[in-house]
Write a protein that binds this ligand. Structure first.
Ligand SMILES: Cc1cc2nc3c(=O)[nH]c(=O)nc-3n(C[C@H](O)[C@H](O)[C@H](O)COP(=O)(O)OP(=O)(O)OC[C@H]3O[C@@H](n4cnc5c(N)ncnc54)[C@H](O)[C@@H]3O)c2cc1C
Length: 398
């Protein structure tokens, strides 16, 4: 029998894998359980890979169907800015470690206004961001055309956010999985579902598992358990209280225009467009409360493409290469769930990252590692506590 690990991570998406890597870097023996047969096949590779806290904050008013969900708070903007600041060093280190290119890009974002009302609103948001010391510039139509001639000539202007970034989630996840597998002290058990957190006397003692190398059932012991099961996090038994994390479906498409019409990530009403190094443009994303349904609806994707083409006309007749969907781990107040459980020692939450889990992953891993060392995390996690008032609602189970 192998010795019990020091820590167990539940879920092998980007969040779980980076948390496991950070714990291993502190010299811990870590076992990661993933119910799928590969790491990162859920939300983490469905994502667009925008590392764009300023666009998220500026764009809410333009995202159809998301206004009620996406109440961006200053707390979220601050968290996102802190997370974005980690990316240059994180991406460089991961590329150096694995020899893989992540296609991390720093051109920035343009949020396009197609009506005068949108222009006035975005201009106001640019001013608000500048007052917070962030770079955000309002471009009039002629400057938009100069910077990005592929944007519709009818655009009334655009908010330019030079510090937002992007990464391609597929090579990112491949590099992270490879780096994790190579870490001494890390054991990855795929095809293994964690059914419950097991505890005694107010302390975590391990997890109950099913499937994988251990057969039909059993327990694995550890004094630290990190819950990183994404949209499925609420379905795990043994939590001290129901966890109001819910799946929020997003559908996307990849288009391959003959020539690349844009360099920046372009956001606009109802859709965003992310140019990739390989000649594709990723268009996203719907925001749907559809339970755990992951089916792709071609009509919904078609509507997205039409919205994208209003901002970038070359996309109107670009061939569609692929369509897919993913389930974001959403919460009632759109904030992630981060921190230790106040009533169950040794249970750390790293879930509920909703639309920003790629952006937040390196910072989340730092937070998990700091809490595991019983140190102050690099940002205040109080607003993200599992017991906060805003985290109310039903627990969604598959
Ligand atoms: C369409 C779309 C576009 C997005 N775009 C962006 C973007 O541009 N920028 C950004 O920052 N974020 C984006 N996101 C959000 C981001 O993808 C997520 O917030 C992030 O991937 C969450 O990571 P995770 O590891 O928590 O979840 P996941 O990647 O879903 O991983 C959770 C893992 O846990 C496993 N699991 C679940 N239950 C169990 C169990 N009981 N036992 C064992 N394993 C279990 C699952 O199989 C899964 O592999 C997007 C998401 C979607 C869907």
């Amino acid at each position: 029998m192998p010795r019990a690990p020091d820590a167990i991570v539940v879920g092998g998406g980007l969040i779980g894998c980076l948390a496991a890597r950070a714990l291993a870097d502190d010299g811990r023996r870590v076992t990661l359980f993933e119910q799928g047969f590969e790491l990162g096949r859920k939300a983490s590779t469905a994502a667009a890979g925008m590392l764009s806290p300023q666009m998220e904050w500026a764009e809410d008013l333009l995202v159809e169907g998301a206004a009620d969900l996406a109440r961006r708070t200053d707390v979220m903007l601050d968290l996102g800015i802190a997370a974005r600041a980690r990316w240059p060093a994180f991406a460089a280190a991961l590329e150096a470690e694995t020899g893989r290119r992540l296609h991390y890009r720093e051109e920035g974002t343009l949020v396009v206004a197609l009506t005068d009302d949108e222009a006035a609103e975005l201009e106001a948001r640019a001013r608000m961001q500048r007052r917070r010391g962030l770079r955000a510039e309002w471009l009039d139509p002629s400057r938009v055309r100069e910077l990005e001639p592929g944007i519709a000539g009818s655009a009334r202007g655009a908010l330019h956010i030079p510090d937002d970034r992007q990464v391609d989630p597929l090579p990112l996840m491949a590099a992270v999985a490879e780096a994790l597998a190579a870490r001494p002290g890390v054991r990855i058990e795929t095809g293994t579902t964690v059914r419950a957190i097991v505890s005694a006397g107010g302390r975590v003692t391990g997890v109950a598992i099913e499937g994988g190398a251990r057969g039909e059932g059993g327990t694995a012991e550890a004094e630290l358990v990190v819950l990183a099961a994404g949209a499925w996090s609420a379905g795990i038994d043994g939590l001290p209280r129901p966890l109001a994390v819910r799946p929020v479906k997003g559908q996307m498409a990849a288009l391959r225009p003959g020539t690349m019409p844009i360099r920046h990530v372009v956001g606009g009403r109802g859709a965003y467009c992310v140019p990739r190094d390989d000649g594709r443009i990723v268009v996203g994303a719907t925001v749907e409360q559809a339970g755990f349904d992951e089916r792709v609806d071609p009509a919904a994707v078609e509507a997205l493409i039409r919205a994208a083409a209003a901002a970038v006309p070359a996309l109107a007749d670009a061939p569609v290469e692929s369509r897919w969907s993913g389930l974001r781990p959403g919460t009632a107040d759109d904030l992630p769930v981060l921190g230790e459980d106040p009533e169950l020692a040794g249970l750390l939450y790293a879930t509920g990252h909703y639309r920003n889990g790629i952006l937040l992953a390196p910072l989340t891993a730092e937070i998990v590692a700091a809490l595991a060392r019983a140190e102050h995390p690099p940002v205040d996690t109080a607003p993200f506590a599992p017991t906060r008032a805003g985290l109310q609602g039903p627990a969604y189970r598959e």
